[in-house]
Ligand binder design. Sequence first.
Ligand code: AMP
Ligand code: MG
Length: 636
Amino acid sequence: MTGLVLAGGLGRRMGGEDKGLVELAGRPLVEHVLDALRPQVGTLWINANRNLDRYAAYGHPVVSDTLQGYMGPLAGVLSALQRLQTEFLVTAPCDAPLVAPDLVSRLYDAYISNDADVAVATDGRRQQPVFLLLRADAAPALESYLASGGRKIDTWFSQVRLAEADFSDAPDTFVNVNDPDERQRLEARLLSTAGSRSAAGRDQRTGARMTNGHDPLPAAVDPCDVPGHGHRALRLDEARSRIIAGIAPVTGQEAVALSESLGRVLAAEVRSTVDVPSHRNSAMDGYALAGGDLPQTGAATLDVVGTSWAGRPFDGAVGRGQCVRIMTGATLPEATDTVVMQEHVRFDGARVVIEAGHHARQNVRPVGEDIRRGELALGAGTLLRPAQLGLLASLGVGEVVVLRRPRVAIFSTGDELRSIGEELALGQIYDSNRYTLQGMLNRLQVEVVDLGVVPDTREATLRAFQSAATQADAIVTSGGVSVGEADYVTETLERHGQIGFWKVAMKPGKPIAFGRFGQAYFFGLPGNPVSVMVTFYQLVQPALRALAGAHDPDPPILVRARCETRLRKKPGRLEFQRGVLERGTDGIYTVRSSGHQGAGVLRSMSEANCFIILPLEQGEVEAGTEVEVQPFAGLV
Ligand code: AMP
Ligand code: MG
């Protein structure tokens, strides 16, 4: 996802001033919008036609209109679309400093669920046509609209399939600065909220740098200020696509030996520098001969003049009426082009007899059959599995350039948690979540930074967040995301980071907090051990794969099975129960519950080999009903 801040206008109502550079609360307007969009997109661009150096100083590419003459925002959109390297472009104007922290995910949801060409934000009454989401392939349509003299966005909309994303609950998104008066009013408002925030001990977010030397905390807006924000439970698939749409893969690269590269992600494509195979060779053990010596009818008798072994070719000449004994993988002697399997010949003393019915060039692997010199072997973003290691080895590639491993910091929250080896007092339990998390993360080829157990205090929670964000690309925690007295995780994220959402309509697993803290992606999983595992596999694992830069994650493997046990279930949430899947002698899969389904009961998780996935609207499941099952094999 590329975000484009539209700052290419003439700023007529601002007296011709370059609006993006007009200051608001001590910072240029464009900076407010960049900060708000940065955590929501992988790539950020600025569309500007003046003061290009000043815009470039933000470190993001600056795209100027390819069409001359300040043709309005669509010209900026088109210029970005023409250059786009991601699938999607999302746009916001440079003068809307309070843009919603979930602008992108809401536009994306509208786009996907309506199968649209373009998604546009609405404030409930009117469309806000500079808040757009489009795909790269919208460029030709937009280009011809502009070429035909069209300028107005809403007129263009009538020519495309349009989806609307409703922001009536987040009207601040559209608060913009058109003239000096509006600027002054908004500044007064911003400064007064900043004042009340600092009184409450919050960050002022006026460009103050975090202790980690990373960029300032994103977003000029505290998402808690947005009315109604985050109060709706998201569907799991919605939550997953929102998370993934906002993730930018790691960019660091390193060269590793092929033998060390299992599970890593290719940073650049690999093209073959050789033909594989490099020599014509036999696909069978048998006899190599010239196709012209095959009998059309009856049989032909040939002299055997030598043997070609794999790695030790026959170097003599093969004449008409002659053949060579040949092994699988051995080079075909020059005058031969056909192999007859040894099972298909008869012997007449030292000679071989071949019957009719064979074809010239059969059983021969031509040069480059597997891959030709210069051909693409593997694309950038390929996850290296055993087959890919073999393919690279067959090309003679001994070292590969891969993306660096994402670093993931984990900590558990809870005053009741003790580490293994310590005595348990009344009410205390061992911290099991960190071990499950370690296990799940170790399978993903990420570097794990274990920050231990964090007590339930505001200060300790903030310190843990800060320490994690300086060391890691992503933070995964357990516990403390409910709304209990001692739950500080969500609060810390709200006050000092960016919260994306905190409710997903799934069981177990509600509540869960997702957002950003500093530059790190944040996943606040519930405390209950089974919830940790379910939410990890359903939300965190796909997100970490995207963070690692792996393209095309495998589709989830789901099977239908007859449920042998009755399952308790209330409609309203997508439920992941734990089950034991078996394949009967008749080939039919059956599944049964693995026991007590409490979110804290690890035993039924440990005895299970699959999730039984019961849809949102599903009620009780009677024994004998068909259900959908996600096997752990391949998932965990
Ligand atoms: P919380 O979300 O913090 O309210 O925790 C919900 C439940 O999960 C409580 O019963 C906690 O004791 C339990 N829990 C939280 N963290 C852990 C952990 N790291 N290991 C085992 N159980 C935990
Ligand atoms: Mg707790």
